[in-house]
Design a binder for this molecule. Structure first.
Ligand SMILES: [Zn+2]
Length: 283
């Protein structure tokens, strides 16, 4: 798909604006970033490269895409759409920018884009990034947008340039999020509740530690809305395999216990997530 240059995108080295020069983005100091033919750009700063191939592997990204494309998490994507429409209704006119921080394979932003009323589609800019280049490649394949490889710690966007930041099961960096959020903007967090995938966790772990019920937020953010989404989904053995591959940190266990889970032809699992909208405080 086509890479879209967002006006707030900036050089990861010196934060200077980026402009398109043939098949690259360049800043006024001559830093140059090639736009890949798949429609994304790598803006990972030198400080963010801890390994040669950071983030989710190609295999994990494929598993995630296979799982999400079966729409098991569609209600979560619908919640993203609802938040977007709700927010847009408070904006007098003009454009809004949606960002998925840790966009994975792009499922959520693409779902929002696809389901927006037609007149809104070209007023909403999509920005998605992930530390995994495989994930960003997959996102760029789904739809046009400002897709880049990057990390939460150093988001190459100018201050106050984003209206909605989605953090879907991610690892938030609150100071970065606060910096890029527009004054009226919102951080939208989707996090697992206590019973999320409980049946699978019971098979995999000998003892399940209860999660702490509430996320502690820094003083710089406050929750303005909270919604819980719970439902059951029935997964076949292939789907179970994808689910465990896409979230290995969640299912780190012995091979025997993992295999025990995979031996099920079918498993009914509870989805239990919390969707919170947060605004920046004046603190
Ligand atoms: Zn530069």
């Amino acid at each position: 798909m086509t890479f879209v240059l967002h006006q707030a995108l900036c050089c990861p080295i010196d934060a200077a604006p980026l402009v398109i020069d043939e098949l690259s983005l360049v800043c006024e100091h001559g830093h140059r970033f090639d736009v890949a033919r798949q429609g994304y750009v790598n803006l990972l700063g030198p400080k963010d490269k801890r390994s040669k191939d950071p983030g989710d592997s190609k295999e994990m990204v494929s598993a995630r895409a296979a799982f999400l494309n079966a729409d098991f998490y569609r209600p979560l994507a619908d919640a993203c759409l609802d938040v977007t429409l709700g927010y847009y209704s408070t904006v007098a006119d003009g454009r809004i920018t949606l960002m998925d921080a840790g966009c994975g394979d792009g499922y959520y932003l693409h779902h929002v884009q696809e389901n927006l009323p037609k007149d809104l589609r070209n007023r909403i800019s999509l920005v998605g990034f992930d530390i995994s280049k495989w994930a960003v490649q997959q996102s760029a394949r789904r739809c046009d947008g400002t897709w880049f490889v990057g990390s939460n710690r150093h988001i190459p966007m100018t201050d106050a340039s984003v209206d909605l930041v989605f953090d879907m099961f991610g690892f938030p960096d609150y100071s970065s999020f606060r910096r890029i959020l527009a004054p009226q903007g919102r951080l939208v967090r989707v996090t697992p509740g206590d019973r999320h995938l409980i049946q699978l966790r019971e098979i995999i772990y000998p003892n399940i530690k209860p999660r702490s019920e509430r996320t502690q937020y820094p003083e710089t953010f406050k929750v303005v809305s909270e919604k819980r989404i719970t439902y059951e989904m029935i997964l076949g053995s292939e789907d179970l395999k994808y689910l465990m591959l896409m979230t290995p940190h969640m299912f780190r266990s012995t091979p025997e216990r993992r295999q025990q889970a995979l031996n099920h032809d079918e498993l009914s699992l509870t989805v239990d997530v919390v969707v919170e909208e947060l605004i920046a405080t004046t603190a």
